[in-house]
Design a protein around this ligand. Structure first.
Ligand code: HSE
Length: 398
C-alpha cells in the first residue's frame, strides 16, 4: 500500500481527492500497489465533509508518518507551500504539484533536494492545467533542439478575451464569471497582469532551453489595457487578440516574455477560446507540435496532479525529476525581437502615411484607426512613430 497526502483543500485539492477516488482501481493496478489517501492538510475544519476523518491541520503529522510516500502540494503560493515541500523532500517523500509560482521560483532547488533524497519532484499540472505539456516537451521531444515555445497559457485571461470579443461582455463581468468557475488565482491580479502566464513560460523556457530564469526578470504585460476598440480594429484587419507567453533562445540567454498579441484569424491559436490553452513547440526534428486543452479548473488540473502521483508511485525507488536547469539563466531584452506591430491611433491619414507609407489603416466606430507595420524592433517602432500618437501597440504573431 502506498499512502499519499494532499496539502490544500481548495478547488484543485478537492479535484485531486475526487479524481484519485474515481481512478483508484486503475491507478493502483498501474502502480502495482494500493494507492490510499492518508491525509488532507487543511487550514480550518470542514464539518460533514466526506473526507473529514482524513483532515489534519498540522503538517508534522504528515511529515512524521513513515507510511506517507507522496505529497501533492496544491496550496499555492511560495510560503507554507515552499516550506512543506522542502520538509517533505528532506523526509524522503516525493512531491507533486500544480503550483507554478513555486516551481518557477524554487523548482530547481526542490528538484535538487528530491534527487539528493531519492524522491520525485513532478509538476505537470503547473503549466496548461490538464494538458500534457511538460512530459511531451522534456521527454517525448528530447531528441530535438527546441527552436521556440509559445502559447496561450492562462485560462482566465483567454476566457475574458473570448467573452469580450464574442459576447461583448465587459472585462469586469467576464472576470467575475471566470472566478465563479474556479479558473482564476486567489488574487486574479496574477492572471490579468500576465504574471501567471509569466511563471508558466519561465518553466517552459527552462525545460526547453535549460535556462533557469528568475520569473521576476520576465517582462509581462497583461490584458487590462485591451479595449473593445482594439478588438474591433483587430477584427477589421483579420486578427484577434490573445495573451501569449513566448520563449525563443537568444545568443546569450533567451527571449522570454508575456504580452497581448494580434493573432491572424487563420492561425490555430485564434480558435482557442474560453478556458482552453494551447502550446506550440518548434523542434528541429519534429517541426511544429501543438498541444491543446483545458488550461485551468478543478478536474483538468487534478487530472495532471493525479497522474504525477501515479508516476511518483511508480518511481519510489530512486525518484524521478523533470530536469530543470541551474539558476543563473539570462533573459534577453524582449525589445530586440523584430515583429510586425499593431498600432491604434487617432492620427489623421496624412500624418500616418507620412510616417508609414505602406500602412493600410482600417477605421473603427470611434474614428480611430488601426494598422499593421512592417517587421521591426521596439526601438525602430518608436523611432518610426514620430509624431503619430499610439494609443495601443501590440505585437503581431507572424
Ligand atoms: N489561474 C490559472 C489560469 C489557473 O487561469 O490559467 C491554472 O493555472
Amino acid at each position: 500500500m502506498i499512502k499519499y497526502a494532499i496539502l490544500g483543500y481548495g478547488t484543485v485539492g478537492r479535484g485531486v481527492a475526487e479524481v484519485m477516488a474515481e481512478g483508484r482501481e486503475k491507478m493502483s493496478a498501474l502502480a502495482g500497489q494500493e494507492l490510499e489517501l492518508g491525509y488532507i492538510l487543511v487550514r480550518r475544519d470542514f464539518p460533514g465533509d466526506s473526507y473529514a476523518d482524513k483532515m489534519v491541520q498540522d503538517f508534522s503529522v504528515i511529515e512524521n508518518d513513515p507510511e506517507v510516500a507522496i505529497v501533492a502540494e496544491v496550496m499555492g503560493g511560495t510560503g507554507a507551500a515552499y516550506e512543506y515541500s522542502r520538509r517533505a523532500l528532506l523526509a524522503g517523500k516525493s512531491v507533486v504539484t500544480s503550483n507554478k509560482e513555486l516551481v518557477a521560483a524554487h523548482g530547481s532547488e526542490l528538484e535538487a533536494l528530491a534527487r539528493a533524497h531519492g524522491a520525485s519532484y513532478l509538476f505537470e499540472g503547473s503549466v496548461g492545467g490538464g494538458i500534457p505539456i511538460l512530459r511531451p516537451l522534456y521527454q517525448c521531444l528530447a531528441a530535438n533542439r527546441i527552436e521556440q515555445v509559445f502559447g496561450i497559457l492562462n485560462g482566465t485571461t483567454n476566457y475574458i478575451l473570448t467573452a469580450m470579443d464574442a459576447q461583448g461582455q465587459s472585462f469586469e463581468e467576464a472576470l467575475k464569471d471566470a472566478q465563479a468557475l474556479g479558473y482564476a488565482e486567489a488574487d486574479p491580479t496574477a492572471d490579468v497582469e500576465g504574471h501567471d502566464a509569466g511563471r508558466k513560460i519561465t518553466i517552459l523556457a527552462d525545460l526547453a532551453f535549460g535556462q533557469n530564469l528568475n520569473p521576476q526578470d520576465v517582462p509581462t504585460q497583461g490584458i487590462t489595457g485591451v479595449t473593445a476598440a482594439d478588438l474591433e480594429l483587430a477584427h477589421a484587419l483579420g486578427y484577434t487578440i490573445k495573451l501569449l507567453g513566448r520563449a525563443i533562445p537568444a545568443e546569450d540567454g533567451c527571449l522570454v516574455f508575456v504580452a497581448p498579441h494580434l493573432v491572424p484569424m487563420e492561425h490555430m491559436l485564434a480558435g482557442v477560446s474560453g478556458v482552453m490553452n494551447a502550446c506550440v513547440i518548434h523542434g528541429s526534428a519534429v517541426g511544429e507540435v501543438v498541444m491543446y486543452g483545458p488550461g485551468a479548473g478543478k478536474r483538468p488540473t487534478a487530472s495532471a496532479v493525479c497522474a504525477d502521483i501515479l508516476d511518483a508511485a511508480m518511481h519510489l525507488n530512486g525518484g524521478k525529476t523533470m530536469g530543470l536547469g541551474q539558476p543563473g539563466g539570462r533573459v534577453a531584452p524582449e525589445g530586440l525581437l523584430s515583429s510586425p506591430w499593431f498600432v491604434r491611433t487617432g492620427a489623421g491619414p496624412e500624418l500616418l502615411l507620412a510616417q508609414f507609407p505602406q500602412a493600410a489603416p482600417v477605421y473603427g466606430a470611434s474614428r480611430e484607426c488601426g494598422f499593421i507595420t512592417a517587421p521591426m524592433t521596439r526601438d525602430e517602432l518608436e523611432a518610426s512613430l514620430g509624431a503619430v500618437e499610439a494609443r495601443a501597440v501590440y505585437r503581431v504573431l507572424a
